[in-house]
Write a protein that binds this ligand. Structure first.
Ligand code: AMP
Length: 353
C-alpha cells in the first residue's frame, strides 16, 4: 500500500520555520514554506517553496490548496492574509489567537477579561489619551503592533517624554504600561492538541541583552509552588484562547513573588529552543503534532539546559566549532550577518542531579 504523505504549509521562512520543517520531515510530512524572501533559511529543509508576497491572493490560494494543514512561524502576518487562509479551515493556531497576539492592547485585555494578572496599562490612540496616565513612576510606551526585541518601545518618566515617544512612533496606536522592577523573567512553552490534551514544559529563566533574548535556562531558579502556578496560568490561557499548537507566554516575577504576564506569542519560541536537546520531544515536534491533528506527547526533561543565542558576530566563534556531548550548536545559515540578528544558538547540557 502506498503511504499518503500529507503536506504542512508554513507561513514564514526564518529559523523557526526551518526547525518546524525539520520536525515535520522527521514525522513523515512534506512541507511547503511560503515566504517572500528568496534567501529564507527554512527553504533548506522544505519539500516545496512558495516565494510570494503575503498579500498575493492568487499565490495564497494555490498554496492553501496544495497543503493539508497550515501554520505560522511568526505572528505579524498581515490580518488580510490570516483572514484569507483561515477560510480554508486548515489554519492552526486559530486566527483569533493570532490576532490577539498581534496587538498588545488585545493581549492585555485578554488577560484582564480572564482574570490573569498583568501590569497596569492604558490604550493610547490620540495624543489627548496621554493625560489618562499617572507619570509618578517609571513607565514604558510600546507600539501596539509590530514591536519585537525592544523595537517600538521606550521607557518614559514624564508626559513630555510620552509625547516625544508617541511622535517618534509615528502617532501609531500604543499602550503605556508600568515599568516592572522584576526579579526574574521566565517563559512557558505550552501546547494543546485537537483532542483537548495540554502540556506545559518546565518554565525557562530568561536573560536579555539589548532587549534581545540572550539565554534561557531550564530548570529556572523558582520553587515548585511558582512553577505550578506558572503551569496553571499557562493552561488557563491556552484553553481560554481555544488554542491548538504551541503557545509561548512571557512572565515577570517580582521580588515579592507576584507573577505578571508580559506577552504571548502564538508560535514556537526562541526561549523553547532548549527543548531540542534538553527534552526528549521538542517544541517543534509538539507543534507539528498538534496542528496536524495528531496527539501531543508528554515529554521528559533529560538534561539541565542553558540555551545561548548567537547574535550578529557571535556566530564567527561558533560556526567553526563542532558539536560535543555537552554543546549542541545550531547555525541558521543566514546569508548576511547583521548586528542584532539571530544567527544561531547553542544548547549547553548538564546531567540532571
Ligand atoms: P517585550 O517585547 O514586551 O517582550 O519586551 C522585551 C523585553 O523588554 C522584556 O523581555 C523585558 O526584559 C523588557 N521589558 C518589556 N516591558 C517591560 C516592563 N514593563 N518593565 C520592565 N521591563 C520590560
Amino acid at each position: 500500500m502506498t503511504k499518503i504523505e500529507k503536506t504542512i504549509g508554513i507561513l514564514g521562512g526564518g529559523q523557526l520555520g526551518m526547525m518546524l520543517a525539520e520536525a515535520a520531515k522527521n514525522l513523515g510530512f512534506k512541507t511547503n514554506i511560503y515566504c517572500p524572501d528568496h534567501e529564507s533559511p527554512a527553504f533548506m529543509y522544505s519539500t516545496y517553496q512558495t516565494i510570494a508576497k503575503y498579500s498575493d491572493k492568487q499565490s495564497l490560494l494555490k498554496f492553501s490548496e496544495s497543503v493539508d494543514y497550515i501554520t505560522v512561524e511568526f505572528e505579524n502576518i498581515p490580518s488580510d492574509t490570516i483572514n484569507f487562509i483561515s477560510k480554508t479551515d486548515k489554519l492552526f493556531p486559530p486566527s483569533d489567537a493570532i490576532k490577539i497576539s498581534q496587538d498588545r492592547l488585545l493581549e492585555k485585555n485578554f488577560c484582564v477579561d480572564n482574570e490573569i494578572a498583568t501590569n497596569r496599562y492604558i490604550n493610547v490612540v490620540n495624543i489627548s489619551d496621554l493625560t489618562d496616565w499617572n507619570y509618578d513612576k517609571k513607565s514604558v510606551m510600546k507600539t501596539r503592533h509590530l514591536g519585537y526585541d525592544g523595537k517600538g518601545q521606550r521607557v518614559i518618566n514624564s508626559i513630555k517624554e510620552a509625547e516625544e515617544a508617541f511622535h517618534e512612533f509615528g502617532k501609531k496606536p500604543c499602550i503605556i504600561e508600568e515599568f516592572i522592577d522584576f526579579n526574574i523573567e521566565v517563559s512557558t512553552i505550552s501546547v494543546r492538541d485537537t483532542y483537548g490534551n495540554t502540556y506545559t514544559y518546565p518554565p525557562a529563566e530568561n536573560t536579555h541583552k539589548n532587549h534581545i533574548l540572550d539565554t534561557s535556562e531550564v530548570p529556572a531558579s523558582i520553587d515548585k509552588k511558582t512553577e505550578n502556578f506558572l503551569r496553571d496560568i499557562s493552561t488557563k490561557m491556552i484553553k481560554n484562547l481555544n488554542y491548538i499548537g504551541v503557545l509561548a507566554i512571557e512572565f515577570f516575577i517580582l521580588k515579592d513573588s507576584t507573577i505578571l504576564v508580559n506577552e504571548i506569542a502564538p508560535r514556537v519560541h526562541n526561549s523553547g529552543h532548549w527543548t531540542l536537546d534538553g527534552s526528549d520531544i521538542s517544541q517543534f515536534e509538539q507543534h507539528i503534532r498538534a496542528i496536524s491533528r495528531l496527539e501531543i506527547l508528554t515529554p521528559k526533561l533529560i538534561y539541565k539546559t542553558k540555551m545561548l543565542n548567537l547574535i550578529g558576530a557571535d556566530i564567527n566563534i561558533w560556526e567553526t566549532k563542532s558539536n560535543s556531548k555537552n554543546e549542541k550548536i545550531y547555525i541558521y545559515g543566514k546569508t548576511e550577518t547583521k548586528k542584532g540578528r539571530k544567527m544561531g544558538h547553542v544548547n549547553f547540557l548538564e546531567e540532571l542531579k
